[in-house]
Design a protein around this ligand. Structure first.
Ligand code: NAD
Ligand code: LMR
Length: 327
């Protein structure tokens, strides 16, 4: 029996991330090889001609699972009946900019898209915000979408987790697949906290395998916090293929049950969080999924003084971003 089509909205369809992401969604990497999909691709009006080129390429991919492509510039029309909305479209930062510089510039986009989701999507619609500053953009969208459960909103910190795992694996000369339980706490920004204290390589604590605490607290943390900026400095453009890859990883982690004794990072609504952190923020936590987007925040992890202080800083930054965004 053929399954009902999964409808996936992607915004920023003519941009760099979408140029990789759309093809991976069409090939069945997220929902699997039995699941037909439709793509609802949103762009600003001026970029629709360029988006038509991407649509031609999607057609030329002859993807058996891709049943329909809709394009447009009106989220109220395009978001109707979607199962998943991946909000990528926003102005990326250029060399020398902090993500917070984008706050005002991009906020209006997420007000409109939150309203459109609330008006036209159904309560099961899941939302993943990638466009920066993604935590606060997600908070803005969620706040303007009262008809959708708050639990359905995520901002992407999986790229940070992937970066952290890769650097730990490299330092320990171990395969990256062995690095697990490596959560990012807080904001997708230069205050984010890659939690090496609770992380493992195989069955050993990272801090046992890598005894150089000075490297972990210094070079490692800063490298992850500043990796986005380093890529912009090198490429003149922000990360794109690795970001698309992290979108796929985030969605797979939410759709499939999480392996025993592991977790993944996603920035979710902090209401009722088990760590007493400020409510009504989109804060990255270690999460586990039972499958089909049924996730919960991992409880009872302990923080040492170093991690605790860093989490306080990223929490404060998110409070300030919220204040500026809603001023
Ligand atoms: P890009 O400039 O190549 O593409 C963005 C596209 O979004 C453009 O084509 C633009 O026309 C479109 N757009 C702008 N406003 C829109 C709107 N209201 N509706 C629909 N489309 C709109 O940028 P990119 O490299 O694809 O990056 C997109 C965003 O993702 C940026 O904000 C970037 O900073 C962010 N990003 C986040 C992560 C993360 O880990 N969370 C990683 C990489 C990039
Ligand atoms: C990244 O982390 O690569 C993106 O968020 C882009 C940026 O502005 O750093």
């Amino acid at each position: 029996m053929t399954r009902p089509i999964k409808r996936i909205a992607v915004t920023g369809g003519a941009g760099q991330i979408a140029y990789s992401l759309l093809f991976r969604l069409a090939s069945g990497e997220v929902f699997g090889q039995e699941q037909p999909v439709a793509l609802h691709i949103l762009e600003v009006e001026a970029m629709i001609p360029s988006l038509q080129g991407v649509v031609m390429e999607l057609e030329d991919g002859a993807f058996p699972l891709l049943k329909e492509i809709k394009t447009g510039h009106d989220p109220f029309t395009l978001f109707g009946d979607v199962d998943l909305a991946i909000l990528v479209g926003a102005t990326p930062r250029g060399p020398g900019m902090e993500r917070s510089d984008l706050l005002k510039k991009n906020a209006t986009i997420f007000v409109e898209q939150g309203r459109a989701l609330s008006a036209s999507a159904s309560t099961h619609t899941q939302v993943l915000v990638v466009g920066n500053p993604c935590n606060t953009n997600c908070l803005i969208a969620m706040s303007h979408a009262p008809n959708l459960p708050r639990k359905n909103f995520h901002a992407m910190t999986r790229l940070d987790e992937n970066r952290a795992k890769a650097q730990i694996a490299k330092k320990a000369s171990q395969p990256v697949a062995l690095v697990r339980r490596l959560a990012i706490w807080g904001n997708h920004s230069s205050t984010q906290v890659p939690d090496f204290v609770n992380a493992r390589i195989g069955y050993r604590d990272v801090v046992e395998v890598i005894s150089d605490r000075h490297w972990l607290e210094g070079e490692f943390v800063q490298l992850i916090q500043k990796r986005g900026a380093a890529i912009i400095a090198a490429r003149g453009k922000s990360s794109a293929a690795s970001a698309a890859s992290a979108v796929i990883d985030t969605l797979r982690s939410l759709i499939l049950p999480t392996a025993k004794d592991d977790w993944f990072s996603s920035a979710v609504c902090s209401d009722g969080n088990p760590y007493g952190l400020t409510e009504e923020l989109i804060f990255s936590f270690p999460c586990r999924s039972k499958g089909n987007f049924e996730y919960e925040i991992v409880k009872n992890l302990s923080w040492d003084e170093f991690i605790k202080e860093k989490i306080r800083v990223t929490e404060q930054e998110l409070i300030e971003e919220r204040r500026d965004a809603f001023a």
